[in-house]
Design a protein around this ligand. Structure first.
Ligand code: PLP
Length: 429
């Protein structure tokens, strides 16, 4: 099929049917030896990336509005990140920061503590992923409160290891056949403080048994649901009233994605424990919790790991934060406004598209059967696949959401080009 010439230099360029012949060979090898448990939606094979684009082995150029699932804050192969990783690798790649000391780990920790909410002195525990950050928060909360129970919210996603999975309440596939999970976790409807205080606390979950309440300020996998007005502020008060720790999961929303360092900053709320991962290691695995120094009241040996605070991740993460401070965070704020306004224009054009929801460059639209109708999961998937076929990389979220999470270096031209492709996909799929 002959393809129309791309409208601008920002547009993706697809030269072959997808997957192309070389990509197909990778897929065949992969399918023989890689578990089917992963969540791959369409057959993108990446050979290299550059800024907001990725290239497959057949020479197709894709516009990436996934940022490697919210990881590549500075886009692909940012020269400064490549440089600091190379420099650090030439010095040493690993030594185990939980057993020995090195400067880059202290330097990263100073930086991440300094940009985390609250003026009190803070400390961080470093791990390798989001789920490990949540596990660390569960353990710290239990350790310091000596209370067993936890509360989380329907629609939330906190990870897939056994502790974090016990909190996750997003999709049945994530939990099916994995019971028994951690006992003593209770879920509440997202945004419903009254349910916690007047149903849970009075019927099943005595507040003096609750160590922590885990909350995503914007539910990510669950559909990009922004905390309703007053919810996080009220949750903070509720936690204070019952001496319960408030744990904010900013694994997806953190480090500038929403146009501020943390999504909680939009609400002026200071959690007791802040969980983070995804972009904080500049693309190298790194997860962390940050909590007030006085809350870090667990002794040597209480928690540790081999790879947490890996020097490559600390070097890449530190440079990422410096570059965000140097104008890119402002760009994320400006481009977030532009993206949400652009998506809203689609909602006016198409009856099956709802208005954008999210904060900054963490935006989604919902695909529905008619304006007010139920979420349309199948059509959403068809639209995401049609966008892929035209060179735009997107991900779904929730039942019928499509999320837009480009790198924070994204420009108007990228957003316009993405919208051109999306418009076409919305018409055909
Ligand atoms: N918490 C949130 C809000 C997430 O979005 C994710 C992953 O998508 C996790 C936790 C788990 O992170 P990881 O996949 O690094 O274990």
């Amino acid at each position: 099929m002959k393809r129309a010439a791309p409208k601008s230099g920002f547009a993706p360029q697809i030269r072959t049917g997808l997957p192309g012949p070389k990509a197909r060979k990778v897929l065949e090898r992969d399918r023989k030896v890689i578990t089917p448990a992963y969540t791959r939606g369409y057959p993108l094979v990446i050979e290299r990336g550059e800024g907001s684009y990725v290239f497959d082995p057949d020479g197709n150029k894709f516009l990436d509005f996934t940022a490697g699932v919210a990881v590549n804050a500075l886009g692909h192969a940012h020269p400064e990140i490549v440089r600091v990783i190379q420099e650090q690798a030439a010095k040493f790649i690993h030594m185990a920061g939980t057993d020995f000391y090195y400067e880059i780990m202290a330097a990263f920790a100073e930086k991440i503590c300094s940009i985390s909410p609250g003026k009190a002195p803070k400390q961080t525990f470093l791990a390798n992923s989001g789920t490990e950050a949540i596990e660390a928060a569960i353990k710290l909360a239990r350790y310091v409160t000596r209370r067993p129970r936890m509360i989380a919210f329907y629609g939330c996603f906190h990870g897939r290891s056994m502790g974090s999975l016990s909190l996750t309440a997003s999709k049945p596939a994530q939990r099916r056949h994995f019971s028994p999970l951690l006992g003593d976790v209770t879920h509440a409807p997202y945004g419903d403080l009254d349910f916690i205080e007047n149903v849970l606390f009075k019927r099943t979950t005595p507040p003096e048994d609750v160590a922590a309440i885990f909350v995503e300020p914007i539910q990510g996998e669950g559909g990009y649901n922004v905390a309703p007005k007053g919810f996080l502020e009220g949750l903070r008060k509720l936690c204070d009233k019952y001496d319960i720790l408030m744990v904010a999961d900013e694994v997806q929303s953190g480090l500038g994605r929403t146009g501020k360092w943390w999504a909680v900053d939009h609400f002026g709320v200071e959690p007791d424990i802040l969980c983070m991962a995804k972009p904080i290691g500049g693309g190298i695995p790194l997860g962390a919790i940050v909590a007030r120094k006085e809350l870090n009241a667990w002794p040597s040996g209480a928690h540790a790991n081999t790879f947490g605070g890996n020097p490559l991740a600390c070097a890449a993460g530190l440079r990422t934060i410096e570059l965000l401070e140097d104008g890119i965070l402002d760009n994320a704020r400006r481009m977030g406004d532009y993206l949400s306004a652009s998506l809203d224009s689609l909602a006016e054009e198409f009856a099956h598209v709802g208005p954008s929801h999210g904060l900054g460059l963490m935006q989604a639209i919902d695909i529905r059967r008619g304006k007010q109708g139920p979420l349309d999961h199948d059509r959403r998937d068809r639209i995401v696949n049609a966008a892929f076929a035209e060179g735009l990389l997107l991900l779904g979220c929730g039942e019928g959401g499509i999320r837009f999470l480009p790198s924070l270096t994204v420009e108007k031209g990228h957003i316009d080009a993405a919208l051109d492709v999306l418009r076409k996909a919305l018409k055909t799929a």
